[in-house]
Design a protein around this ligand. Structure first.
Ligand code: 5GP
Ligand code: ZN
Length: 146
């Protein structure tokens, strides 16, 4: 099982301090399980982070209830972003582990308003390995899910 680096214990990481108000944030929304606030580094205008209130390093550490709650908050925030900033599109982005681009090891997802020609590039190279390989990969996942 992959181990993701969590270098900040519960209560001591920057987002835990943001949840308690120990460090300031431009808060957008909060409920029992989640909090939404403006990303300090705006990748595009209106870039919001949705985090679990409880310290969980990444997606795999969320409870099912928290997992549902963060996506409900993301949808709510996305609707508000759409109304407030009238973007041309919206990305939801979420990183787990440093190689995946995670820099703060307290679960959060990005609500990223997109504007035509905003210059933000989210790209990857696609491979089509064919059905035998896809079937083998799917079989491994079905086994892991069982
Ligand atoms: P990640 O790279 O882990 O997916 O995203 C971490 C995000 O947290 C970055 O986009 C970064 O700008 C944001 N961030 C880091 N420190 C702070 C902070 O103190 N306050 C706020 N509001 N955002 C932060
Ligand atoms: Zn934390």
């Amino acid at each position: 099982m992959p181990m993701f680096v969590d270098d900040s214990p519960a209560g001591e990481c920057i987002f835990c301090k943001l949840v308690t108000g120990e460090i300031p944030s431009a808060k957008v929304y909060e409920d029992e399980l989640t909090i939404a606030f403006m990303d300090i580094g705006q990748a595009t205008r209106g870039h919001v982070l949705v985090a679990s209130k409880r310290h969980a390093a990444n997606l795999l550490e969320l409870t099912p209830e928290e997992t549902g709650a963060v996506m409900q908050t993301a949808q709510r925030v996305a609707a508000a972003v759409n109304q407030a900033f009238d973007p041309d599109g919206i990305n939801i982005f979420q990183a787990n582990g440093a190689p995946a681009g995670q820099t703060v090891f307290h679960f959060h997802l990005h609500v990223l308003p997109r504007y035509t020609c905003d210059g933000l590039a989210i790209t990857w190279q696609r491979q089509e390995p064919g059905m035998p390989v896809l079937d083998e990969l799917a079989a491994r996942l079905r086994q892991a899910l069982a």
